[in-house]
Design a binder for this molecule. Structure first.
Ligand code: NAD
Ligand code: MG
Length: 409
């Protein structure tokens, strides 16, 4: 296999660090050209030394003075903000860009990478949720591959290789059900940040961990799957699988179901995105077939996890719906993490933003970014209204909006 030369955006996060584990295990196959972080520059410098990365990017430009004051010789090599990301991803030495930033902030780097014609190994699902039609069209135009890292989508990608596209009946995404799968619904009002951050099977960054607890993560993944595999929302099913060993399945027209299974370890889907179409030994854990195990599957409870319905709705609406849902959820999760919002209000707020946003079926990038900004502002005023009324429960002005399939404002 030819050496793959990588740019890793969001190198200091959970996916970024695990990408470097994959590189460390096979130095003959990979070379790190550049790395980015938002604010954890001391870790970025450590990584740069360990992997001899020539380009370093810090996206939080307010840290310029702090980094300069460090007197670290690497400080002079740092490039800043979006300009730094654009320079890194378009470096002729880069073959593959790993998009491991969190949130809609990842959209810029993903688009810049595709504009430069680079293959994109995509962990940042928000990129497709917000900009699905633009991002997939850009990849096609520039003949760049979109390689999924998200474990469910990597699983679907692997399963799809066993049949033809027109033989697919259905894609079934698995979900662990998170920490609240069995918690009595009447106790959902008391959910604490600590409880929501305690995921039973995966160790991930805080935003996606909260998304897994609300199941907004699965909602975003429904939209992501539609764009990655050109699926209609009703070709997608969701099943709760608490063990997180079967990462997703494809059901073919004859009724045969092909599943991809491996222990919950992101290093496998990361590596597969980087070695595709080949498979190579790697650091990911393997299933111990000498041990008895049980794999369970349950239908999802839409009352317990109302976020799921929002994923199907955003996927059906398309256009600006993903951008509105994603930005409102990002703002709501941030507010929950600092104690400004209750757990149940994350989904209530997100639903209101989705239902009331200025919908556009065929948006430009500027329009998507406008809707992203609108939803974040709307989230702030939702939180202020709610805090002005009662701590638990949606504000009365916006709690009864009916689901609609077109613009409501
Ligand atoms: P994380 O919070 O651990 O790391 C996020 C990374 O993005 C960090 O390097 C951080 O410096 C950078 N970052 C944060 N804010 C930024 C901003 N405003 N601009 C630029 N960079 C910024 O997150 P994670 O768990 O590694 O998740 C990264 C992405 O991968 C998310 O989109 C998540 O949904 C997806 N994902 C993660 C996992 C997982 O197991 N962690 C699994 C599937 C998908
Ligand atoms: Mg996933």
């Amino acid at each position: 296999m030819k050496t793959k030369r990588l740019a890793i955006l969001g190198a200091t996060g959970s996916i970024g660090v695990q990408t470097l584990d994959v590189v460390r295990a096979a130095p003959e196959r990979f070379r790190v050209v550049g790395l980015s972080t938002h604010s954890r520059w001391p870790l970025l410098f450590e990584q740069a030394r360990a992997f001899d990365a020539k380009r370093l990017v810090v996206t939080d430009s307010s840290l310029r003075r702090e980094v300069a004051a460090s007197d670290d010789p690497l400080a002079d090599r740092v490039q800043w903000g979006d300009a730094g990301i654009a320079a890194l991803v378009s470096d002729p030495e880069v073959d593959v860009v790993v998009a491991a930033m969190v949130g809609a902030a990842g959209l810029f780097g993903a688009i810049a990478a595709l504009e430069a014609g680079k293959d994109l190994a995509l962990a940042n699902k928000e990129t497709l949720v917000v900009g699905g039609p633009l991002v997939t069209a850009l990849a096609k135009k520039n003949n760049a591959s979109l390689l999924p890292i998200d474990s469910e989508h990597s699983a679907v990608f692997q399963c799809l290789q066993t049949g033809k596209r027109d033989e697919v009946a259905k894609v079934v995404l698995t979900a662990s059900g998170g920490p609240f799968r069995n918690r009595p619904l009447k106790d959902f009002d008391d959910i604490t940040v600590e409880e929501a951050l305690d995921h039973p099977t995966w160790k991930m960054g805080p935003k996606i961990t909260i998304d897994s607890a609300t199941m907004m993560n699965k909602a975003l993944e429904i939209v992501e799957a539609c764009w990655l595999f050109d699926l209609k929302p009703d070709e997608i099913g969701v099943v709760i699988h608490p063990q997180s060993v079967v990462h997703s399945m494809v059901e073919f027209k004859d009724g045969s179901v092909v599943a991809q299974a491996s222990p919950p370890d992101m290093r496998l889907p990361i590596q597969y995105a980087l070695t595709y179409p080949q498979r190579t030994p790697g650091p990911a854990r393997k299933i111990d077939w000498g041990k008895a195990s049980t794999w369970e599957f349950f239908p999802p409870d839409f009352e317990r996890f109302p976020a799921l319905e929002l994923g199907f709705k955003a996927a059906r609406l398309g256009g600006t719906a993903g951008a509105a849902l994603n930005a409102a959820n990002e703002a709501a999760v941030a507010a929950f993490l600092v104690g400004e919002l209750s757990f149940k209000d994350i989904v209530r707020l997100s639903r209101d933003a989705l239902d009331h946003h200025p919908y556009d079926a065929k948006p430009t990038l500027e329009r998507l970014l406008d809707v992203d900004r609108w939803a974040r502002l709307e989230a702030r005023s939702w939180i202020s209204r709610m805090r002005g009324t009662s701590w638990r429960g949606a504000p009365s002005s916006s709690s009864s909006s009916a689901p609609s399939s077109s613009s409501t404002s």
